[in-house]
Design a binder for this molecule. Sequence first.
Ligand code: ADP
Ligand code: ZN
Ligand code: MG
Length: 543
Amino acid sequence: MQQVSEKEQRQKEKRPARWFISLPELLWGAALALLTFAFLQGVNLFPWLMLAGAIFVLASMNPGLLPGLGSRRRFQLSVVAGVEGGANLVRFESIGGQETAKRELREALEFIKESERARHLGIRPLKGILLVGPPGTGKTMLAKAAATYTRSVFLAASGSEFVEMYAGVGAQRVRQIFAEARQAARQAQRPSAIIFLDELEVLGGQRGRHTSHLEYDQTLNQLLVEMDGIRTDDSVRLLVIGATNRPDLLDQALLRPGRFDRVVRVDLPDRAGRLRILEIHTAGKPLDQDVDLEEIARETFGFSGAHLESVVNEAAIFALRAGRTSIGRADFFEAMEKVMMGEKLDRCPSAQEKRRIAVHELGHALISELVRPDSVAAVTITSRGQALGYTRQAPQDDQYLWTRRELEGQIAVCLGGSCAEQALLGERSTGAAGDFDQASEYAKKLVWGGMSPLGLVSKELLPAERLSAAISQVLEQVEEQVRKTIAGYLPFLQQQTGVLLEEERISGEVFRDRLHRWQREHGTSGEGESPGSIDRSSAALSA
Ligand code: ADP
Ligand code: ZN
Ligand code: MG
């Protein structure tokens, strides 16, 4: 039971290699040679070296002072080609889902496209749009699409590029990127330029929070100054698009009118959005008949656009490795597990550990199937990433609301692993630590939702001890029921442990078949056998 880990989607800019030697470099080389020569002649170089060091420090604080240092272009610049040309342009159509974000963004951009009319009506120019959302959801793509849509020049920089050791450099770079944007637009004869600032929270964090020095504050102040300086009657219209996944860290001054006026939320895609993204990324790729993108969209709850792109790519790699010429359903499933859990590892747990892992995962799977029939997608004991083994639950539909029974059911599934270990192997292990964290998260939801014995509570006023007591109470109650249920299925678990050790992976369908057969043979239908909320909720959910 592992959650999808959010991989950082940072793409560092790459500069092309330069093969020629520039004049400044030649001068520096000559100076070095001269110094070496003087040293060999016995001249005392110490004072000169001190002087050179001082100059270097000054120069790196103020790039552009010395030739050859810091005069290179720092920011990723792409002059967006005409609307008709350029096959690799990002357009709004190439972004799947995110309909709300796209609509809001397009609306905001009308002011730029229709700047004449906006000026006529005396509308204050739109200076900044803030895209807020988790990594990999398409914020960079949206900013690029905005540039294509408005036929603007596009400059991108990341917040961390502005943060330096030396005071004043960050502020200088902010000035520089605004100047470069204006210049680039003039050169390309475009009426507008879009400056994209990724990881804005690094640059625009709350002032006075960084204890070490005032560098951050100066950089942020400079950004505010530059944004205030944007006018409607400028020859080049500038628009700043910021992206962040931590808007809570931003300085309030950035969000005031006239700065980042519009905040557009870019959330993880819902099922329809995921389907759209999968369609976009599989377009033009050979897929087998049995590939059902709907099904994959259903199975990938919580995946970002970047995750989905990666699933499609990994699936193609699996097909290639297997020597096939088209991508099959199994490739997609393998890829989904890889993206979710990480690469298969050659970690070799001992035979005893393997047995424990199998028991643990079967515990999860059994409870999952009893709480929510048809919910197990696969049980495996192959190690991947952080997990030794795992049970994948197939979400039936995206879920944003949870009832008490559903939460208790999820808690039960989390606790199933360690309860099975206890029942079959006599003791528990550290393997369940992650499960407990997750179970407590669900329990917390239950408390905040006013569904615990505490009733309605205030998040701020509830003392930590009472919260922790309430969580324990919920967990213990559910655990008691899980223990009873597992006690009724001991022979089944024992038998399946052997099978799982042998097969390493049992698919959801096969697991269900075996469970139902066992229930028929032993006269249980899963109901009546074990009392408690587990079966009540299963009845409620299957009804
Ligand atoms: P962010 O800036 O929000 O971290 P990016 O825009 O850099 O995300 O997206 C990274 C990659 O993920 C893109 O290059 C694209 O391949 C894929 N991707 C993300 N969101 C979408 C989407 N909504 N539609 C299509 N592809 C997407
Ligand atoms: Zn577990
Ligand atoms: Mg990005």
